[in-house]
Design a protein around this ligand. Structure first.
Ligand code: PLP
Length: 353
């Protein structure tokens, strides 16, 4: 166990000093999953239900946007820009929150393979009234957002740009997962921290969890399973994630010495690429549905949970160890990927049309 740099109360106090908008349903439940734990050879499994953060079917962005928008609004920004795949969870949650707070939301979605028929997240982003400025599939989201920001500034607006390429927003997103870890500790009892925390992460979520673990000096191991590989524009390397860790700690008033070697972010569940479901992921999705009644999504959380199943198979995670899976949401993607999900159910138990 490393040296404890901070106590729980002190961390809570530092978090409470940051500007924040409020709309998430917190704390989220921590579900004990004994049936699935037995299925995995006897691990003490818990699922942190951040798919239940509220706002448009929940997810980790709702929790993160409390700090991101808190910062943006307290610094005089008057609208928000996000851009990613058409089925972006971030875009959907931001659109809902924009509607609720009365802030204009501009999105630059890719017109990719999942933008037609309009379904899932893309449908909801429309429904919430975000202003959509679609770009060709594969064009740079970072450049599209920058161009749109420039255009809005010439109209006298002050846009805040979030998502890939916006380091400050990624750090604020991580802060939210320092708090999520404190919730987990409170729910488990401070003296019973988990041996492992697994989550699907492109950086911010695992960085925040790691900041909490490091500052509190806990032996908990944080594992992030990345839904994309280095070929993707939004991919964050372990070096980039370590920078988020250091800057997140700094924002809370601590100096942490964490480098890339201390960041465990795996790309072995990506499969053929971002947004393409894998067999192992769809198997995990079906397993959670049928043992615990919990829904995963085909793009993010199914791959994250497949990473946990793999760690159990390799005896990295051992029977009796306490494991928390942080469920980051993504529910609307189930509907945008209905065909793949059905196929994974196999011939016999799939409903016939
Ligand atoms: C965005 C997203 C992630 C990745 O979150 P980070 O904060 O970038 O790590 C994981 N899961 C789901 C469902 C997401 O929408």
């Amino acid at each position: 166990m490393s040296e404890r740099a901070a106590g729980i109360e002190e961390l809570k106090d530092r978090l409470a000093r940051l500007p924040r908008a409020r709309f998430a349903h917190l704390p989220t439940p921590l579900d004990r999953c004994p049936r699935l734990g037995r299925e995995l050879g006897g691990v003490d499994l818990w699922v942190k239900r951040d798919d239940a953060t509220g706002m448009a079917l929940g997810g980790n962005k709702t929790r993160q946007l409390e700090f991101i928008l808190g910062h943006a609004l307290s610094h005089g920004y008057d609208c928000v820009i996000q851009g990613a795949a058409s089925q972006s969870n971030h875009a959907r949650q931001l659109a809902a929150i924009g509607a609720r707070l009365g802030i204009d939301v501009f999105l630059t979605p890719w017109l990719d393979a999942r933008s037609r028929p309009v379904q899932g997240n893309f449908l909801l982003s429309h429904l919430y009234g975000a202003e959509l400025r679609p770009i060709p599939s594969g064009a740079s989201s970072i450049e599209a957002k920058a161009r749109l920001a420039e255009e809005l500034r010439t109209e006298g607006r002050k846009p805040y740009v979030v998502g890939m390429g916006s380091h400050e927003a990624l750090v604020l997103a991580a802060v939210a997962y320092v708090e999520a870890f404190l919730e987990v500790l409170e729910q488990l009892g401070e003296t019973s921290p988990p041996h492992w925390v697994f989550t699907t992460s492109q950086g911010s979520t695992q960085a925040g969890l790691q900041v909490a673990v490091e500052l509190l000096g806990l032996p908990t191991k944080v594992v992030g399973v990345n839904p994309m590989g280095p070929e993707h524009e939004a991919y964050a390397s372990p070096e980039a994630i370590a920078r988020i860790v250091v800057d997140c700690a700094r924002l809370l008033g601590y100096e942490l010495n964490v480098g890339a070697e201390a960041v465990v972010n795996r790309t072995d569940q990506v499969g053929e690429g971002y947004g393409l479901p894998t067999r192992a992921g769809l198997t995990a999705l079906r397993l959670l549905a049928r043992t615990e009644g919990i829904l995963l999504d085909p793009v993010y959380t199914s791959k994250g949970f497949a990473g946990l199943v793999d760690a159990v198979r390799r005896s990295e995670v051992r029977p009796g160890e306490r494991v928390v899976f942080i469920h980051t949401g993504g529910l609307p993607l189930l509907f945008a990927y209905a065909d793949e999900v059905l196929e994974a159910m196999g011939g016999e138990d799939a409903p016939r049309s």
